[in-house]
Design a protein around this ligand. Structure first.
Ligand code: E85
Length: 232
């Protein structure tokens, strides 16, 4: 997160850190006791190794009550996701067991009504992604408030030039923005997860390249179907 600030500890108890060999790779968030939603692009370059999912954390390194690393039983990328574009950039992770829910570990509801969030609505992004252009990684969860911008503005040829589909949404990226390692985290508007951070052009903090999120509502049926079929 560029231009943000340290989150109040455990006020976002749905936040997950997707890790490989003890290192934070991507964000994610708890959508059910045994399921985390993230971004399919997070698996790029991982040689299909399974992530471990850190829940209940504020600091990535310090011991904290209710902080716990979960093994993953299955990682299910959306069938439409691919490395060439940002479409369908969603990843479902089934934890080895149900997460122990408590004050520091809670499920975040996601939007099921497929209607655009109004432009200028101020939403929040959080993550352990880089906090400087030189790539400094924070130990503690960061957050930033960002206004939604219209798809028309985001699709302007000087911005993302007509690549933003109706299954994506954008926020202003002037100075304050999501960045490397924030992918997979939720965009929370009025307490509900409306989007999932996708890297898009990978640019951070430049108003010419607004931040892009995969809207969740259009994928509610897919999410429900995967969770129902794997239940048991
Ligand atoms: N703001 C959109 C957004 C959301 C999530 C991730 C991203 N960026 C990135 N995702 N993956 C990446 N791998 C390498 N570099 C990256 N961005 C980068 C790194 C250093 C300086 C800088 O200005 C930008 C990214 C960008």
């Amino acid at each position: 997160i560029l231009g943000g600030y340290e989150a109040k500890p455990h006020l976002r108890p749905y936040m997950a850190s997707l890790q490989l060999d003890g290192q934070h790779v991507c964000g994610g968030f708890l959508i059910a006791e045994q399921w985390v939603l993230s971004a399919a692009h997070c698996t790029e370059g991982t040689n299909d190794k399974l992530f471990q999912v850190l829940l209940g954390a504020h600091s990535l390194t310090e011991p904290e009550p209710h902080k716990r690393l979960y093994r993953v039983r299955a990682q299910i990328p959306h069938p439409g996701s691919n490395i060439h574009n940002n479409r369908d950039d969603l990843l479902l992770l089934q934890l080895e067991e149900k997460a122990e829910l408590n004050a520091h570990v809670k499920v975040l509801p996601f939007q099921r009504e497929d209607r655009d969030v109004e432009a200028d609505t101020v939403c929040e992004a959080a993550g352990w992604g880089t906090v400087t252009h030189s790539g400094r990684r924070p130990d503690k969860l960061q957050q930033v408030e960002r206004p939604v911008i219209s798809r028309d503005l985001c699709n302007h040829r000087t911005r993302h030039d007509h690549t933003i589909t109706e299954k994506m949404m954008c926020t202003d990226s002037r100075k304050k923005d999501t960045c490397k390692g924030d992918s997979g985290g939720p965009l929370v508007c009025n307490g509900v997860a409306e989007g999932v951070v996708t890297a898009g052009s990978r640019v951070c903090g430049n108003y010419k390249k607004p931040a892009i999120y995969t809207r969740i509502a259009p994928y509610a049926a897919w999410i429900d179907g995967v969770m129902a079929s794997a239940a048991g």
